[in-house]
Design a protein. Structure first.
Lengths: 331, 331
DNA sequence: AGTGTTATTGCAACCGATCTCAGCAACCGA
DNA sequence: TCGGTTGCTGAGATCGGTTGCAATAACACT
């Protein structure tokens, strides 16, 4: 395959470069026969335009970066999946950027994005810090964030209603007959995590029962710690709300290792609605976030902003997803 | 931030473009003072070179595509994670490409890669088909595959020794006292899946016990089907080897829903060594693949090939990772 | 026939780098 | 002092496209 530039196609079709260019990117500007002829020739040669050259010249590309802290976390993986799809439905090419929670890397990715003329970017932040970094770039105003953002209405966001989600979980548990419901938080840092926790505290108090936050630290072993705390209690709650599905998995696993059964001994409900939850043991009851919608909406918001400058803040409704990890309280 | 091209830096530093260029990409070719001066000026302006322009001119970029069928599968997620790291340790930028098993998409990605002057690519194939697609590109000879490849020694590969892995699993189970050991296969299509199955069949026969392949179909519900098959048997095996961790999860989950306990009633061992397995209920005993090594090695192989044209086939050793899903046979 | 539009296409500069080649100054030995 | 290196820098073409502008063709109308 010798280098296939626009010029060779032009020559082969007997027209000028610019005509070939137009045939591809501004079809209405070239006579139909000519265009069809060019396209046919190009096809025959197996020619495609160089996105690099295009980006360089037009100062805008179809690369759209998705910045996530950890692709290993199934939530982000599912997000990435739906976003890749949403992206190339619209002719974009998603670039996955994994920061591992390193703000320096976030910064690096931002400058890289700018250099690549990305029309916009999507950020699923690990910590509030990331959104700070964001603001240091004028690029910052072409980013949509999958989290709540504080004190900056200029950036579009899409989130799920945390309070509503916790409420749903609580209601589900109440309806099952639980009155003592604990909470295990996830990794702190995001507004979302904060919101869920706050919601739990508030709603719990409102319903008259004292909130029981199981010690969970702020690291990956939140689940384990929470489980230990549970075991040490004289009067442990009969149900546990986990800040997210991963934490729920960890809690159930840790509990299981100590001989505590779910849902027989305690009910556990997660928050996320990961597909993985269906294959957990037991299948995880959880508050489902419409992840696929989030992905699509994020891209729509970005495009919308790019066109008319509008900045929306979409809040989606979570849903209860009952599987096997909750049941009536023991005894 | 007005456009920051090499020319503005040149002007600001009072030198010619080409000197700035050299200051960055061929430091030894420019006088030290000059270089330092330029670098300082550039720094002050917050200038970085445009990877696009560079790629266009040099016909080689630092984008390296990682093509996976499904990022939602934790195995690929972990691979992606270690590869991003390995990549940017070496100054590359990993582009995650998700095919969802669609060969057409694989094709599309390949041409995109070529267009972006990727120096090489990494493919973790979902099916044998993908590697076919690969060969249609001259790019094909700058790809390393994370799987075995048949009939084409020209492409570097890195895999883990399937046979050895199954052997390890079998030995572990035997040493625990199991004699009747079943197998649940994963999604068919990759050589790896095939190899594991073959190894099971062979080794099982060699050890004198009749192989018991639990019906698992070829789709996502392999685990469920396997579990059902297990339940229907008059004399079910006392232990099960799952083709990979995800299948193991599904099997345990399905079994659990039917009241069968792991490892009390049946032992289950997986294959992969996913981090997630540690948080499963029970924590999954498994044959661990050195995923991180695979990522690094894949990149090394690619670089090596690019330099001296050598094509290696690395086969890594798997390890036993004992957690909680295996124990002695019941009764 | 003369002139004004409109539809197409060609020309050439430009995007932000790289790289070959040539120019020039300093340095070396004879 | 002069030819020969060597070291460093500038010129300018080039990578693969895009796009404003000019040129030409085609068609309509008076």
């Amino acid at each position: 395959m010798p280098d296939l530039s626009i010029d060779v196609v032009a020559k082969a079709a007997g027209v000028h470069r610019s005509t070939v260019s137009r045939a591809f990117s501004r079809p209405e500007a070239v006579k139909r026969e000519t265009r069809e002829h060019i396209l046919r020739v190009a096809e025959g040669l197996g020619y495609t335009m160089s996105p690099l050259a295009q980006a360089l010249r037009t100062k805008t590309s179809t690369f759209i970066p998705l910045i996530v802290p950890d692709i290993t976390n199934p939530f982000f993986a599912e997000l990435a999946k739906t976003m890749t799809q949403a992206a190339d439905e619209r002719g974009y090419q998603l670039l996955l950027c994994v920061t591992n929670g390193d703000p320096a890397k976030t910064d690096g990715y931002f400058t890289a994005m700018q250099a690549m003329y990305a029309p916009f970017g999507i950020v699923a932040p690990s910590t509030k810090v990331d959104t700070e970094a964001m603001k240091r770039f004028d690029f910052g105003h072409k980013v949509v964030v999958i989290d709540r953002v504080e004190g900056d209405d200029a950036v579009p966001t899409v989130t799920v209603d945390s309070r509503r989600g916790i409420m749903i979980a609580l209601e589900h548990l109440h309806s099952l007959g639980h009155t003592s419901i604990g909470y295990v938080s996830g990794i702190a840092g995001t507004h979302t995590a904060q919101d869920r926790m706050d919601a739990y505290l508030e709603l719990s108090a409102e319903s008259g029962s004292a909130p029981v936050v199981l010690d969970s630290g702020s690291d990956l072993d939140a689940g384990t710690r929470g489980a230990e705390h549970y075991l040490e209690m004289d009067n442990p709650p009969t149900a546990i709300i986990a800040a997210n599905d991963m934490v729920a998995f960890a809690v159930i696993s840790a509990l299981g290792q100590r001989g505590v059964r779910v849902p027989e001994d305690v009910s556990v409900i997660g928050f996320d609605g990961l597909a993985l939850g269906a294959r957990f043991n037991p299948p995880l009851t959880t508050v489902r976030q419409p992840i696929a919608d989030m992905g699509h909406i994020a891209i729509e918001l970005a495009e919308k902003q790019n066109i008319d400058g509008s900045v929306d803040h979409i809040v989606l409704e979570p849903q209860l997803l009952v599987r096997g990890s909750t049941s009536g309280p023991r005894k």
